[in-house]
Design a binder for this molecule. Sequence first.
Ligand SMILES: Cc1ncc(COP(=O)(O)O)c(C=O)c1O
Length: 418
Amino acid sequence: MEPTATTAPTLPRSIEEIRGEFPILVRQIHGQPLAYLDNGATSQKPLAVIDSLDRYWREQNANVHRGVHTLSEEATALYEDARRVLAGRLGADRRELVFVRNATEALNLVAYSWGRSNLSAGDRVVVTEMEHHSNVVPWYQVTQEKGAHLDWAPITGEGRLDLDALASLLERGPKLVCVAHVSNVLGTINPVAEIARMAHEAGALLVVDGAQAGPKLELDMAELGADFYAITAHKMYGPTGIGALFGRRELLEEMPPFIGGGSMIRKVSKELITWADLPAKFEGGTPAIGEAIGFGAAVRWLEELGLPAVHAAEAELTAYALERIAEVPGLTVFGPPAGDDRGGIVSFAMEGVHAHDISEILDRHGIAVRAGHHCAQVLMQRLGVPSTTRASLAVYNTRDEVDQLIDGLLDVRRVFAL
Ligand SMILES: Cc1ncc(COP(=O)(O)O)c(C=O)c1O
């Protein structure tokens, strides 16, 4: 029988059409066309999101869940519709989705609410060497407070999580394992479903930092097996100031509130205060209403493009970027080779040149990249560098922009007479 060729899913619109939906991409920087390759920090926003925010502020603004007037009812319906869309994106029940400010707040919510009431002296929490500070600092704080231990799961030389070493750490019986779905420095896509199975067999819960996975991977909470999963809208073509925490319902039901105030209570008396049902129990105070609605618009936009096609386009461009960057002499590129477990984040160091100088020279070429420790100082120590330069790709990036980056890097070498 003839082998059947598998074809990668394709985007429903041309790259030119998609780029046309992002007004900012026509900007020139220092007289050069903008090549925005800093999507790991934050992505640009399509008209679908900009228009939804504009409409909300012009025509729909009111507080939610309290007024009995038409505008408030409309705003509440739009806010809850955004939650419904997001629940669809994650394959979750809407009660399992708490709106927060960003991934950082989502992870802090778990540390302060679950961590404070479930961790005690001598308990163990596992984090990995590739974590962003958002998935380290809250665990450091709560383990310090409780007299618990923080264990570090190492990475391999290629920048993958060392699963054998993780298995050994699991033998010590941790209560919690905290892992990034996609590394913001290495681009590594961690095998979350496998890690969940390993953690659960060892009796631990799994917290996943999905900040970099949100814009590119299909996410099904049941398939992944995460107990908690954090995402942030601004890296998913949505607004800043809004993110979400998924938590398994039984866990969220048992957890105490994180922030006390209006909207999160059922009844308040002098003697007793009781909590609202999920998810309101975790949404004290007036939420970021317009931003949540814009988040819903971003998720709709992404789903309409199709996550498998978004991921395939990025994987193809990543392979091209890794191939081209290998042509630049004197670079060390971090992270696994192009493949199924590699997202569109390309970090590198150039011998003899500081990452900030690289970034500044690239800026003169119209190229936006990130330079620094990327909020991953333990990983920098593991890689043996103080900082890296990072190009991070989105669905609107092109081969021409990658070529622009390579020309810029060759210019860096000229400037430094390398
Ligand atoms: C892997 C990872 N986790 C967490 C965060 C924090 O996201 P936010 O600043 O939106 O809370 C980031 C942001 O760069 C990230 O890349």
